[in-house]
Design a protein around this ligand. Structure first.
Ligand SMILES: [Zn+2]
Length: 250
């Protein structure tokens, strides 16, 4: 009888670096700051352009605030948190927070943004049912994640949304990858260390949201969450804390 070899966790591969423009598409203010922004900081440091597109203004995200007050507040927090990691283009689609519908309207809105920004890399947040195990994901994340994966193809096909060309948005078939942050089945990663401090400051800009979420000191909360998040991927990335992505090539 031979003994089973020790099971080594499959290593995460480095994210591609041969690209210039990225577009990150998520449902809510703060979705990119719970991990992904650390990678964005490194990318913008290297001279790459990253733009953010948010499906909603997160107006249903704070229990103690009416949506009419909450939406503009969270938009301001999102713009400030993007600026911390070198992102100055932040756009909003104004779908309704909490009840975003997966469908052709959402796909068309995202395809329009992809045609406008012409990214090689598209980033989104976990489109899967769970965060791993039995931690259920939210319907908005699933809808936007799936629609983003689909829109990467829609953007390149002149016949799918012909009305976009009439608005001056020519097809863009140059998306080479869609990288999904927060996936329970990641394949690739970025070293989290160079961008860690800015990722903490970036998440901290969502102060009203975080103060509504926890009684913990906001900075301690951000530092602990992002540090533990990056450390979880280290075992699969040569011991280095990492921001992990599930990468779909096109
Ligand atoms: Zn969210």
């Amino acid at each position: 009888m031979t003994s089973e070899p020790t099971q080594q966790p499959q290593q995460l591969r480095p994210m591609p670096t041969d690209w210039q423009r990225a577009l990150a598409v998520v449902a809510h203010p703060d979705d990119l700051e719970y991990g992904c922004a650390g990678a964005v900081a490194g990318w913008t440091d290297g001279g790459r352009e990253v733009a953010y597109l948010l499906a909603t203004r997160g107006e249903a995200g704070i229990d103690g605030l009416e949506p009419d007050t909450c939406g503009p507040l969270r938009e301001r927090e999102q713009r400030a948190s993007a600026a911390v990691v070198g992102v100055t283009t932040v756009e909003f689609l104004d779908h309704r927070d909490g009840v975003i519908e997966y469908g052709t309207a959402l796909r068309r809105d995202i395809a329009a943004a992809i045609r406008k920004h012409r990214p090689e890399l598209v980033i989104t947040l976990n489109h899967r049912d769970t965060w791993g195990g039995v931690t259920w994901n939210t319907p908005d994340h699933r809808a936007v994640g799936r629609a983003t994966l689909d829109a990467a193809g829609d953007a390149g096909n002149r016949w799918i949304f012909p009305e976009l060309a009439e608005r001056g948005l020519a097809p863009w078939d140059g998306v080479r990858w869609v990288a999904v942050a927060g996936s329970s089945t990641p394949t690739h990663a970025v070293d989290a260390t160079p961008g860690m401090e800015r990722s903490v400051q970036s998440l901290l800009e969502h102060r009203a949201y975080i103060e509504g979420l926890t009684d913990e000191d906001p900075e301690t909360y951000c530092r602990t969450f992002l540090g533990q998040n990056a450390q979880r991927s280290a075992e699969r990335f040569g011991g280095k804390p990492a921001v992990a992505f599930e990468l779909f090539s096109r």
